[in-house]
Design a binder for this molecule. Structure first.
Ligand SMILES: [Fe+2]
Ligand SMILES: [Fe+2]
Length: 221
């Protein structure tokens, strides 16, 4: 009985810690967005809430494939992006004027808003360590709500929320997946991607931060 009580207390505290951790993560995310002082940013935050952004996973089978994974991923991309910005400006001060702080914050925090409405909770099956099939809570993906692609969907959603984005910010969000998001290896798309990368270093910062956060800082459940 006493062990049961200890276990229940620990579990209660564990959930409490997890809960407050995520509350802190969400507050940090919102505070960073607000720090950009962009017009309509409060409305954007309300829309993100309504769309389910703050609860969505970042993927079904890959990185941060758990509840609130998208929030966690976006914040990590932002932190890596800010670090890269600082280091790159240290090495080449000319870059500062092309990498406004608010642009890096906005693009990294919002690059994946296209994922807010595509993941649906589902009961899935997998083999456990003993080779026995077991059920677990996961997600299915469903693009039917607004089937428009990836980076381009994020851009359109943000513009529709009334967020004014610069050309550079639009390019950085649109092309954050680099060549992983080329329609059927289209030559025109390749040329556009290269032109965007040549036009603004913001593209490189957001692409690299996304890759580093995904591959080096996140785990799969
Ligand atoms: Fe993405
Ligand atoms: Fe991402």
């Amino acid at each position: 009985m006493i062990y049961q009580l200890i276990f229940l207390t620990l579990m209660k505290n564990y959930h409490h810690f997890k809960y407050t951790d995520m509350m802190y993560t969400k507050k940090e995310y919102i505070d960073l967005l607000k720090s950009t002082r962009r017009e309509n940013i409060n409305y954007v935050i309300e829309e993100l809430e309504e769309l389910g952004f703050f609860l969505a996973p970042a993927s079904t089978n890959f990185h941060s494939n758990h509840k609130e994974g998208l929030l966690e991923h976006s914040l990590k991309v932002c932190k890596v992006g800010l670090m890269l910005r600082e280091q790159m400006i240290n090495m080449n001060p000319d870059l500062e004027s092309q990498l406004p702080l608010d642009s890096v914050i906005l693009c990294t925090l919002l690059h994946d808003v296209c994922k807010s409405d595509i993941y649906k909770p589902a009961i899935k099956k997998r083999k456990n360590n003993f080779g026995v099939w077991e059920e677990y809570r996961g997600y299915d993906v469903d693009y039917s709500n607004f089937p428009l692609g990836h980076g381009e969907k994020s851009v359109i959603m943000l513009l529709r929320m009334g967020l004014e984005l610069s050309d550079e910010e639009i390019m950085a969000i649109r092309w954050h997946m680099t060549a992983w998001d080329l329609a059927f290896q289209s030559q025109e798309m390749k040329a556009n991607l290269n032109a965007a990368k040549d036009k603004t270093p913001l593209c490189c910062i957001v692409q690299t931060a996304d890759g580093l956060a995904t591959n080096l800082l996140e785990y799969k459940d």
